[in-house]
Design a protein around this ligand. Structure first.
Ligand code: UDX
Length: 460
């Protein structure tokens, strides 16, 4: 889809250039943002890697510009979480020179000053550097929460104060230090160094930009947003939840199995548990078994997203689910490889979400008033779970070793206990607050207006 003059030919139309980080949790918010800006009259040009490339035929209204990424395959290669950071660093380094050529060509082609700005994922620092060197203003999109952004900004301070590297003594468990308890991100080793590099780059991308775009809303993170505006001294556009402004489910890398929607129709309101660990998180075979038998034992109806390859160390044709699970839960549950998640959460039959606490999932759940059972896996997910339980009180974390007994108890607590009902009621309040923010004159609508005006005036 390199040439599409029909859509981008109007010389008066202003162009917004976008570059998502090629992972599902980052692609979705960027495409939702594209949808919002397109509906505001901007022409959209999407630069993308070959790795996890979008399908241009699903967006004939956009122009797609592929950028060589140095990866051997054009398809989705599942990568272990531990290697994602290294992959991002390699990918962004490989893209830098090819992107410079592509961007220069696009700037030559579009009429002078028609390009408003480039909006790139904050993890793509070299892309920001190239754009800046070619005099294209940038806006950074961070796909996590405002709090997570504040955490990234605070990293050098935390380091200074000795929280990191994690050699603080854990006084309850001598002679352990914090770092002894944490397997990922040991600051002394290569992976720890890469994780630090990733954080530093995401901060640098924001700081070289003219503004920051966050998929959150005022009623959810007012205080955190105020803090960011003060610390960054730049416009912070709180445009979330983006999926409420943009057309749904059109940037999925995997085919969404819609059969589960009809199935939920047959259940009473708020009775079905939706289980999904997002696009990257993996679990061990043991966790898989305990989760399965715990869900079975709870007696609660469920939709479970079991991605192929989700169980660590499983071979392609190996059964993910334990033997006998299907028979034990027949008629009471469906297992799909990938679900139309937004629609599942919106369905009135769904009353709880077992989630890995990815930010998109968290937002999607909150906006439908669905309380959560959190089992964070990596990155920002622990922080998201913490807020869900302790700040918004719309769910709780299941910590430590999983066994079928505690899984069963947790599922019951969420789905059938008074406790869960209270969380559901609070989630319902947040759903209303989100609807106000995205409604006419609401904070997120106003932020989108401001963002559009920014696009209209940048480089003028
Ligand atoms: C990752 C990180 O986990 C997350 O914390 C970070 O903020 C963004 O990158 P991911 O792990 O995939 O993302 O989780 P999440 O942020 O929840 O995004 C998953 C997306 O896939 C959601 O938009 C969800 O609607 C969609 N999805 C998930 C489906 O469409 N179908 C499914 O079956 C499961």
């Amino acid at each position: 889809g390199e040439s599409s003059d029909a859509v981008n030919g109007d010389p008066r139309r202003r162009h917004v250039l976008l570059f998502p980080l090629p992972y599902q949790g980052h692609i979705n918010p960027m495409f939702r943002l594209a949808g919002v800006l397109h509906s505001r009259g901007f022409a959209i040009t999407i630069f993308h890697t070959h790795f996890n490339a979008p399908d241009p035929s699903r967006h004939p209204e956009y122009r797609f510009v592929p950028v060589a990424d140095g990866m051997s395959s054009a398809t989705t290669v599942p990568v272990a979480i531990e290697d994602v950071v290294a992959q991002i660093l390699a990918l962004t380094a490989a893209c830098e020179a090819p992107f410079r050529d592509r961007l220069a060509a696009v700037l030559d082609e579009y009429s002078k000053d028609a390009v408003a700005c480039l909006i790139a994922d904050a993890h793509l620092l070299p892309i920001f550097t190239v754009a800046t060197s070619l005099a294209v203003p940038t806006l950074a999109l961070r796909t996590g929460s405002a709090t997570c952004c504040a955490c990234f900004l605070a990293y050098p301070m935390l380091f200074e104060k000795g929280y990191l590297p994690r050699d603080m003594p854990v006084k309850e468990l001598p002679p352990y230090r914090v770092r002894d308890l944490i397997i990922l991100g040991d600051d002394e080793d290569e992976r720890g160094g890469q994780a630090r590099e990733l954080v530093a780059r995401a901060v640098a991308s924001v700081k070289v930009s003219s503004g920051l775009i966050l998929n959150t809303f005022d009623a959810l993170e007012r205080h955190e947003l105020e803090g960011l505006r003060r610390d960054l001294a730049m416009p912070v556009f709180d445009v979330g939840p983006l999926h409420k402004f943009a057309p749904a489910g059109d940037s999925s890398l995997l085919r969404q199995d819609r059969s589960c929607l009809e199935w939920v129709d047959t259940w009473p309101p708020a009775s079905v548990l939706y289980v999904s660990f997002g696009s990257v998180a993996c679990i061990t075979r043991r966790e898989m078994e305990e989760t399965a038998w715990g869900i079975a034992g709870s007696g609660v109806p469920f939709i479970w997203v079991v991605r192929p390859g989700m169980v660590r160390g499983s071979t392609p044709n190996q059964q993910e689910l334990p033997e006998g699970f299907e028979a034990a839960t027949r008629g009471r549950g469906v297992v799909v490889a990938w679900a139309p998640q937004e629609e599942v959460l919106r369905h009135r039959g769904v009353g709880g979400f077992w989630t890995h606490s990815g930010w998109n999932s968290t937002m999607e759940s909150i906006c439908e008033g669905v309380p959560m059972l959190c089992r964070p896996n990596f990155g920002d997910q622990m922080g998201n779970a913490r807020y869900v339980e302790h700040v918004w009180k719309v769910g709780f974390e299941v910590d430590g070793e999983l066994d079928r007994g505690n899984v069963e108890a947790a599922v019951r607590r969420l789905m059938t206990d008074k406790d869960g009902a209270e969380m559901r009621a609070r989630a319902g309040e947040l759903k209303k607050a989100a609807a106000e923010c995205t409604g006419k004159g609401g904070s997120s609508s106003v932020a989108i207006d401001k963002l559009s005006r920014f696009g209209s005036h940048a480089r003028n």
